[in-house]
Design a protein around this ligand. Sequence first.
Ligand code: SF4
Length: 366
Amino acid sequence: MADPSVSHQNTTVHLLALTELQMARFVRTQCWPEYRATQILRWLYQRRLRRVMDMTDLPMQDRISLSRTASIGRSERVSVLRSQDGTRKVLLTLEDGMTVESVLIPDDTRLTLCVSTQVGCILDCGFCLTGQMGLKRNLKLHEIIDQVLTAQDLLTSAEHITNLVFMGMGEPLANVETLKAAVAALQNKPWGLGWSRRRITVSTAGLASRLAEVAAMGVNLAVSLNATTEEQRRDLMPAASDIASLKSLLAACRRYPLAPHQRLTFEYVLLSGVNDLPADARRLIQLLKSLRCKINLIPFNEFPGSRFRRPPDEDVLRFQSDLRKAGLDAYIRRSRGRDVYGACGQLGDVSGNQPPVTLTAIESRC
Ligand code: SF4
C-alpha cells in the first residue's frame, strides 16, 4: 500500500502527514535522537511553521538534510471569501490542483471552524452541492490539519476558534482512519493543539456501522437525518440510505454510548413542501422522543440548479414549535455565509471561479 505521507508527484515526505508513530519512525531512520520527533511536531502544530529551514532548534546540518527529503505539506495557494455576515470561506488548493473548502463561522461568543474530509463526497444527498460533485478523493492527514492551521493563521489576536466541526465537504466516516489521526493531533497536548474533545463534533450522513468509532474518539456525534420515512430518505439521500436504512441508523443511535454530559445532535435540513409539513414533524417526534438529543433545523440553503426551495420563515418556526411542544430540544440554525456559498450544503464547485491568492496576500489582511 502506498505511504499516505509521501507526495505522489515527487518523493518528498510531508511532515504534517505523519502521525506521532510515523514521525518517531522517520526520526529513527535519520539516526536522530528520539526527542527530535516531538520537537518537529511542535514546530508543525503549535508554531504553524511552513519551512523546514525555520526549525531553529534543529542543528543547521539536520535542517539542510531534512529540507532535501521533506517538506511541511501546507498549501501555499489560499483564497478567502468574506461574507457580509462575517463568515469566511477558506479555499486551499492542494498539490494535485484540487480545491478544498473550510468555513470560519462567527456566532455571538462562538467561532466555529467547519472542516472538510474529502474533495467532493462519496454520498449524493440531493440538497447538497458537494454531493453533486461526486467523490474526487479522500483528504490526507496533512490536508485536513492544514485547514485548521490556515484558519488559525487568519485569526486576529482577539479571535480564537471555540468549536471544530467535521461537517464540510465529504462524509467524515468514509475517511475514518485519517479522521482519527486528525482528531488525535487536535487533542494532543505535548505537541498538538490541545483541544478538548468536547469542542469537536463529527457529523455523519448515516454510516451506522462506524458510529462506534466516533464514540471511541470521545468527540460529539451529529447525525444528518433529514427524513422521517425510508422512502423519503431514499429520495433525499439515496447513497446514505443504501448504506444504512433509517431504521438501522436510529437503532445504532440508540446503542450509542453517551457520556453523562453528552447528547446526540440530529441535523434536519428543511425543504419547502418536501419534509417540512406537520406530518413530518409528527413522525420526527415519534422517531426521536426516546433519544437524549437535540435537533438542529437547517432551512435549505439554495444553490443554482437545485430542485429544492427554502421554506418561508413561518414554516420553519411552526416546525420548531411542533417539536418543542412535544418536549424535543429544537434549534433553528442561522444560515451563515450564503452570499459566498459558505453555508451548510453549499460547499462545492460554485465557488471555483475565485482565483487563488498568495499566502502573502492573506497574511497582509490579518
Ligand atoms: S450532505 Fe454531507 S454526506 Fe451528504 S452529500 Fe453533502 S457532504 Fe456528502
